[in-house]
Design a protein around this ligand. Structure first.
Ligand SMILES: Nc1ncnc2c1ncn2[C@@H]1O[C@H](COP(=O)(O)OP(=O)(O)O)[C@@H](O)[C@H]1O
Ligand SMILES: CSC[C@H]1O[C@H](OP(=O)(O)O)[C@H](O)[C@@H]1O
Length: 406
């Protein structure tokens, strides 16, 4: 049995050689550590002879972004590999293939997706993804419906809840999204020009009530097996293809948390367009594209989820009680809007930010993007329980304006 040890590039090559059938015995392999996320090591290994390649992802026993002072369970590597394999069955073609999982090394060998781009980067460069709404709505409808009490055996579901208990990673979300931004937490991090906006978040009782309710949902509602961190940095895309990676935050939670994550990250890019677009015309066009994408995602998700319910629903009461389905879908929409808002706010004042905003070099433009993201995020949080349609979200985004400080 191999004991756990963090790999370096040389050791990663050795491990790749030991994994059956990844590479021919005498292959000349090269390796680069390419991890740019907050938590893990990611090794890209290539065979010089034919360009064949593989990704080895290894969990560290602490959060990489903070260091050894923030210990973190290695079990997240098991959760990630098992979730990826389940997603591969429920949403074929929309996740990388898992070749191998090593529990001792907390390591997953998976398909190399370097032919794709991280979607966050693509959006920052102005790339459009015409099939994204189709793909991500299928991914979410299939993975969420078939792991919920609506779409799977309810006794088996309880076993899945147990297998995906993920307390340490849930605690990160509970703190970073549903607590820190609303108090004077040492985890928070924001530009000094935002002090007034950050202070306002700490004293806004109406906002705190909505966040407390969303937090309660996140803590208690085992509705479906979530990806748990479905942001555009966890999506590889080309105009033709979409692949979702990095489900180490997976657990049984409220469906709107995944849907809201997608909305939030498209809206963070929307705010960042104050810089990423070349001129006002391009900005308006790209923002229209982003809002249209959100609308398409919701509409496609809603109709695919309902169709799965029609064809594969297992819960007699849920399928037959008059008005239940309408209420269920309306609550999903409201939750998605609320969680989207919470996820936007945390990326501006909390511990971990997004490149769409942080990599804006000009301070005045960055501030405009940050304030726009906060204005949209807080408005979504306030609206969530009153929302009736995806148009509520679109109207909120479209009517908040860029505010330049200079
Ligand atoms: N299957 C893959 N194929 C190619 N590159 C990958 C793959 N998985 C991860 N990466 C690269 O590693 C980076 C970090 O991966 P990610 O899973 O997001 O790590 P973390 O869990 O630390 O956030 C990604 O942004 C991407 O550049
Ligand atoms: C200390 S973890 C902060 C943050 O990082 C995770 O993102 P990723 O794994 O994609 O880098 C997650 O969003 C956490 O909230």
């Amino acid at each position: 049995m191999t004991a756990y040890r963090p790999l370096d590039e040389e050791k990663a090559i050795q491990i790749a050689r030991e994994i059956n059938q990844l590479f021919p015995e005498n292959a000349e392999l090269s390796c680069r550590e390419i991890g740019d996320g907050n938590l893990n090591l990611v090794f890209h290994i290539t065979d010089a002879a034919n360009g064949a390649s593989v990704i080895l992802k290894q969990a560290l026993p602490y959060a990489k972004v903070v260091g050894e002072s923030w210990p973190l369970t290695l079990d997240r590597a098991r959760i990630e590999s098992e979730k990826l394999m389940l997603e591969g069955k429920l949403a074929p073609g929309l996740v990388p293939v898992v070749y191998h999982y090593d529990a001792q090394l907390a390591l997953t060998a998976m398909e190399d997706l370097s032919s794709h781009h991280i979607m966050r980067r693509g959006l920052m460069e102005g790339t459009r993804y015409p099939l994204f709404s189709e793909h991500i709505s299928t991914f979410m409808a299939n993975t969420l419906f078939f792991t919920s009490d609506l779409g799977m055996n309810q006794q088996d579901k309880k076993q899945l809840v147990k297998a995906f208990i993920n307390p340490e990673l849930c605690k990160i979300t509970e703190d970073l999204i549903f607590d820190d931004p609303y108090t004077d937490s040492p985890n928070n991090s924001y530009d000094s020009h935002l002090e007034d906006a950050a202070a306002a978040l700490r004293t806004d009782g109406e906002l705190h009530l909505e966040i407390a309710l969303l937090r309660e949902k996140f803590l208690t509602q085992a509705q479906a097996l979530l990806h748990g961190d479905l942001h555009t940095g966890s999506i590889f895309a080309t105009p033709e293809s979409t692949k979702v990676i990095d489900p180490e935050f997976a657990f049984y939670g409220p469906i709107g948390f995944d849907v809201g994550a997608v909305f939030a990250n498209l809206l963070l890019n929307y705010a960042g367009q104050v810089h990423w677009s070349r001129d006002e015309q391009e900005r308006a066009a790209f923002r229209t594209y982003l809002l249209r994408t959100i609308e398409e995602i919701w509409n496609a998700f809603d109709s695919k989820f309902r169709a799965l319910w029609d064809q594969h629903g297992v819960d007699r009461m849920a399928s037959s009680a008059p008005g239940y389905r309408e209420l269920y879908m309306k609550r999903l929409l409201q939750d998605s809007i609320g969680f989207a808002g919470a996820k936007m706010v945390r990326r501006i004042v909390g511990l971990s930010h997004v490149a769409d905003i942080d990599q804006i070099p000009d301070a005045a433009k960055r501030e405009a993007a940050q304030r726009l993201a906060l204005a949209i995020g807080t408005a979504l949080i306030r609206r969530n329980r009153k929302a009736n349609s995806i148009r509520d979200l679109l109207e909120i985004a479209a009517t908040r304006e860029d505010v330049h400080s200079t």
